[in-house]
Design a protein around this ligand. Structure first.
Ligand code: UT7
Length: 337
């Protein structure tokens, strides 16, 4: 068991991502497959969203199963043992159960016997919320090693008869291990924000205490995602651009300094709109939504892992992560790799 330093007057310490991992289910659902399910076309989906295909978990494959696979990959890369993990923060809107936290199931599956565990609910923004929370605990010497996970089984809460939403989402998981690494800057600045005024433009009406699961509610598919797409689109562009500006200002950097932007993977047109506002070429943006669709809290985590593993991110690069999601929520972070 790693010694857990108590809160102290020690100066805040830097926090770095020392390993990343991700996992996607095997089954691929293409746009052509969706053509057979709802009135849509591959061409509409590609031109309006940029998505070509997405992954769908097996019926018996849970969010914590996927999160555990991603976590183990991150731990292997970071050379961290399960016993060394002090805290597991799981960002998800599709936990295995309403309670207990999916993070507790991950704990059991990976054998992180010394960890405290909880989930956070910030929809698609959850992974960067988890990053900021983890950073606070490590920089203040409360914990040494924190595992953060973004994992979703959105296929379980998708209305497969609604073409406005079912073409967008997919399943998957991404994870990162955070620690102090004295030789690096790591996380330089972070920001989280929310606006509950817009809570009903992207939500799931049923399943909570306001609208419990009943046969009638399920019959009306209230246990699936509802979204005002155009409104979400507008809010997404504005909130991500503002959130990005904020962390760059705080870091004393400009867009030209950024080596790679890893945005929420919701819609290619949203990313293009942000790129234009930032005055950055699309080549600076890491995009994998064509292969995985929108995996909510997992999306930025999966993209970060891919970018890291395929060499798109190099040591010393400044990385800008920026996300938005239901709530509404948004978050951003600048990291020196
Ligand atoms: O993590 C956050 C999650 N959500 C998002 O990020 C979503 C943000 N919003 C979007 O990505 C876009 O608004 C959508 C992709 C959801 C929709 O694209 P849009 O360009 O805003 O289309 P629209 O909603 O304005 O609909 C245009 C037309 C409509 O038909 P009419 O009224 O013009 O005849 C829709 O009924 O496209 C129709 N439509 C479709 N047609 C074929 C909507 N969905 C489909 C579909 N296939 N799947």
């Amino acid at each position: 068991m790693s010694p857990r330093p108590h809160r102290s007057n020690k100066p805040r310490r830097t926090v770095s991502i020392i390993g990343t991992g991700s996992y996607v289910p095997e089954r691929i659902l293409t746009n052509h497959d969706l053509e057979k399910m709802v009135e849509t076309s591959d061409q509409w989906i590609r031109t309006r969203t940029g998505i070509r295909e997405r992954r769908i978990a097996k019926d018996n494959e849970t969010t914590s199963d996927m999160g555990s696979r991603a976590a183990l990959a991150a731990m292997e890369q970071a050379k961290v043992t399960p016993e060394e993990v002090d805290l597991i923060i799981m960002a998800t809107a599709t936990a295995d159960h309403v309670f207990p936290a999916a993070a507790c199931y991950v704990q059991k599956k990976i054998g992180a016997i010394n960890a405290a565990c909880f989930d956070i609910s910030a929809a698609c923004s959850g992974f960067l919320y988890a990053l900021e929370i983890a950073q606070q605990f490590i920089s203040t010497h409360v914990y040494n090693t924190v595992l953060i996970i973004g994992a979703e089984k959105l296929s379980a809460i998708t209305d497969w008869t609604d073409r406005n939403t079912c073409v967008l989402f997919g399943d998957g998981a991404g994870a990162a291990i955070l620690r102090n690494r004295p030789d690096s800057h790591g996380v330089i600045s972070t920001h989280m924000g929310s606006d509950g005024v817009f809570s009903d433009i992207l939500y799931m009406p049923g399943g909570g205490t306001r609208c419990p699961i009943t046969p009638e509610n399920v019959g009306q598919r209230l246990n699936t995602i509802r979204m005002a797409g155009r409104e979400v689109f507008k809010q997404a562009v504005t909130s991500m651009f503002n959130a990005a500006n904020r962390v760059l200002d705080e870091a004393g950097l400009s867009y030209e300094d950024i080596g790679c932007v890893i945005p929420h993977q919701a819609n290619l047109r949203i990313i293009e709109a942000i790129a234009e506002r930032m005055g950055l070429p699309m080549e600076k943006f890491y995009v994998n939504l064509d292969r995985f669709g929108n995996t909510s809290a997992a999306a930025v985590a999966m993209a970060l892992d891919e970018a890291h593993r395929n060499g798109r991110i190099q040591i010393g690069d400044y990385i800008l992560l920026v996300v938005f999601g239901g709530g509404l929520t948004w978050a951003s972070s600048v990291i020196q790799w």
